[in-house]
Structures are given as C-alpha cells and as structure tokens.
Design a binder for this molecule. Structure first.
Ligand code: TXA
Ligand code: MG
Length: 356
C-alpha cells in the first residue's frame, strides 16, 4: 500500500540551494519520508539509506520489485568506510577523476548497509553525485541517501521535476525542482567487485574516459542476452527496462539510408491513419518537416553526443504524452555518451534494431 498524500513541488536554486528548503527536505528524510531531488544525471527518489522502513517506501512508490537493488549516494569519500567491507586500489584513481559525477561503483558491501538496499547481494552500488542540491541534501541529512531514478518501475527516467511529478504525484510529499538535468542519462555502473572492472550499464561517464584511467575496463556485451550469473550481477539490466509506453522502431544505417527508411515507414503509417512520432537529428529536419501530420523532435547534432543525451528522455516523454501510436527513431554514433544513448534506445525498442 502506498500512502496517498499531496505532493509539493518546490523550486530550488541548482547552483546555490537555499538552506531552508534543504532543511525541510532533510527533515522529511529523517522522519523516514521520501524526497525527489535533482542530480546531474536524472532525478532521484531518495530515502535515508540507513532506515529500512523508509527504503521499503521507495519500492512501494515506484512499484519496483525488491529484487532490484538501489544506489547509495554519498557526499564525502569518508562515507565509503561504513558502506563497504574492502576497497580495491583502483577506486582512488577513479574517484579522483570522476567523483562527484555520473559514475556508480559496485563494491563489496559493508555490514551496516541494510539488506533491502542491496537486494540481499554481497555488493553495494555507491556514487557521489555532481549536483549541488544532491550534495547539500546528503550533508544536511548527515547520512547517505539511497535513490533510484524517480520514475515508476520500467518507465523512462525523469530529467525534469515535471517528469517526476507525472510518475509519482500523490506518492511522495516533496519534489525539489532544480531545473533540467544536465547529463540526461543515468550514471555509468562499473563493477569493481570482480577481477576485471566491468561496465554493467553505460551512462554519463564514457568508456573512453574510464579506459584513460583504467585501461582494463571491460563492458558486458550489449547484444548477447545475459547469462544467469550475469543477470544476477546486473539486476535491472533487463531489455525491457526504460520502455516508453509507445512502441519504438529503431533504424540504423547511414544518415541517408535511415532518413529514406523512416520516410517510407512514415508514409505507410500515415496512410493507415496512424499518429506517428519521429526522433531525428537537426540535419534530418528539412526532409521530414513537409510531413506535417507527424510529430517531430530533433535530439540535436549527432557529432555532439552530450547534447543528444541531454534531450533524449524528455523527447521520448513528450511523444508519449502527445499519444503518438508509434515512435520512429534513428541511431546516433557510438562514441562518448553514444554508447549510453544506444543502450537506452535499444531497450526502448525492445532489443530490436532495423538495419537499413
Ligand atoms: O544516475 C543514476 O544512477 C540515477 C541517479 C538518481 O543517481 N540512479 C539510478 O538508479 O539510475 P536506478 O535504481 O534507476 O538504477 C540503478 C541500477 C539498477 O539497474 C540496479 O539493478 C543496479 O543499479 N544496481 C544497484 N546495486 C547493484 C549491485 N550491487 N550490483 C549490480 N547492480 C546494481
Ligand atoms: Mg531507474
């Protein structure tokens, strides 16, 4: 049962958060309540990481199964001691370069971490978010904050307070609105609890950047279904995660080939009276704009993956809210944040890519 309540949305300065708003949020967390707060990646649904009853509230509010563990957010490196049982040496180089920032590390779990956080696993996910509001809230609470993305289970992660409200209205007492998230995709999850550091989820820190610090970093093959042991190590990496409620067709090929194939699909569907949404790049716009019946969003310049990542989830949600019946989307280059973008689009497409 989820307690029904009025959800208050409060504006907060994302650069210099006001003390009284942070205090109010920290007070709620101390009482075992939930608070939605901005991070640089996506909005988080936070609870005091050391209060098991509060943590149960996260799973109830999201409709998330208890088998899917949570990330613990910290504001100081010193907090690692209480949360972990041992630290691999690589951690110091990684945290020096990437924290605060969009990198989550999987580490051996310390005895103080409530079981519900880790879904009973012997590892714990920890990150130091690069957002002044998130850091101020953790410091004001004086305890780490466990937070998944602030969406309903299986829905798209929220990159604005309005997205979080759309999913969690009446399920949380407070949403801190710090404006749109800069990164726009979730953190990269790097497993440091195994011999070869392995990316379980590509995200806001690129594999290129990680390998510049730790050349041996490996990545789970995105195209192979996870083996049973891998699936246990990477819960939440089910293909259907991050699904929009509308079917998405993902086209891959040269820019011209993708454009031609999408125009053909669009014409066929429009002829059948379907309402179509399109996700394209800036350079594609002239070719599609004559198709006035379709709803078209450009994600930006394919040469700038950070720009594409920042607009991806908001565009998917906008098309969903416009009640299109299908989304036609092109792929983007795989370098830098491109890997995370392809991962999320691939999941939204149910794992199928249409090669053209
Ligand atoms: O950017 C982010 O990471 C955002 C913001 C709010 O920090 N959080 C986020 O949390 O995306 P969530 O719960 O939506 O995704 C966390 C993922 C889940 O797929 C979960 O299964 C995985 O992290 N995870 C958590 N603990 C783990 C562990 N011990 N081993 C492997 N995977 C773990
Ligand atoms: Mg999530």
């Amino acid at each position: 049962m989820v307690k029904q309540r009025i959800t208050d949305v409060v504006q907060i300065d994302p650069v210099a958060p006001m003390g009284e708003v942070i205090e109010r949020a920290a007070h709620l967390l101390r009482q075992g309540e939930l608070v939605v707060f901005p991070t640089e990646t996506v909005y988080g649904l936070g609870a005091d990481a050391l209060q098991p009853a509060a943590l149960e509230g996260i799973f109830a509010a999201k409709g998330r199964p208890l088998s899917d563990p949570l990330i613990i957010h910290i504001a100081e490196l010193a907090a690692l001691d209480a949360l972990t049982s041992s630290l691999p040496v690589a951690i110091w180089r990684l945290t020096q370069v990437f924290w605060p920032g969009p990198l989550t590390l999987i580490l051996p779990r310390g005895p103080q971490v409530p079981r519900i956080v880790t879904a009973g696993m012997e590892t714990v996910a920890v990150r130091m978010p690069g957002h002044p509001v998130a850091l101020a809230l953790i410091r004001a609470l004086g305890s780490p904050i466990a937070a998944p993305s602030a969406n309903r289970f299986m829905h798209i992660s929220p990159t604005t307070a309005a997205h979080a409200l759309a999913d969690l209205d009446g399920r949380v007492p407070l949403i801190l609105d710090g404006g749109p998230c800069k990164v726009g995709v979730e953190s990269t999850i790097l497993d440091l609890s195994i011999e070869i550091p392995t990316i379980l989820r590509p995200g806001g820190v690129s594999i290129e950047a990680l390998r510049a610090v730790l050349p041996e970093v490996h990545i789970l093959d995105q195209h192979k279904p996870l083996s049973e042991t891998q699936a246990q190590k990477a819960p939440g990496q089910l293909t259907i995660h991050y699904a929009p409620t509308v079917p998405l067709l993902l086209f891959d090929g040269s820019a011209e080939a993708m454009r031609a194939a999408m125009l053909k699909e669009l014409a066929a569907r429009t002829a059948r009276g379907e309402r179509v949404g399109l996700l394209v790049a800036d350079a594609d716009l002239p070719a599609f704009q004559q198709q006035s019946s379709a709803l078209i969003y450009s994600l930006g310049d394919p040469a700038q993956p950070a720009q594409i990542a920042a607009s991806l989830f908001a565009s998917l949600r906008a098309l969903e809210e416009a009640h299109v019946q299908v989304i036609l989307c092109r792929t983007f280059p795989l370098h830098d944040l491109g890997l995370a973008i392809r991962d999320r689009l691939g999941r939204a497409a149910g794992g199928e890519i249409i090669s053209v």
